[in-house]
Design a protein around this ligand. Sequence first.
Ligand code: 4NP
Length: 171
Amino acid sequence: MAQSVVKPNQRPYRVLFVCLGNICRSPAAEIIFRKQVADAGKADHFEIDSAGTLGYHEGSPPDHRMCETLERLGYTISGRARQIKKIDLEYFDLIVTMDQSNYTDVKNLDRTTQFHPKIQPLVRFCNEHDDKHVPDPYYGGKEGFEHVARLLEDGCAGIFNRTKDIVPMNS
Ligand code: 4NP
């Protein structure tokens, strides 16, 4: 991992995006959020990752349809799928889920409930969309991937705005 320039007493704010397979929605959210913070010159203030509740696609790159959509919108693709682990609940500051089933699954991983406040659906951060969840585009067409990308851009921008209050933005 790259050396952080955040002051010694301030560590990067850790954000984990979670979906089912970690090949469509959550890697796209990771890629989008990474670019938004980098474009704002704040890359060193965040540690960003994504994971799936399912281990089935472990080690796979993002789905080619998601990649095509993101590349068309100007993003560079990176990342390999992994399954969420219990330790992620403790490690990350904010855990962002895509739909009701990921939200429930991640909450169920935290038997103690102590980390529940960190677990938040992405749509809660949207300003321009009133969708109730980020739909799974896996079995649908091209328009589904486009809609997911736009929804994620909106939600990620909302997360960045909210975290401005937490992450030092004066450097
Ligand atoms: P994701 O999409 O949760 O956005 O990565 C899916 C990927 C794979 C499957 C379902 C959803 N699957 O059933 O294999």
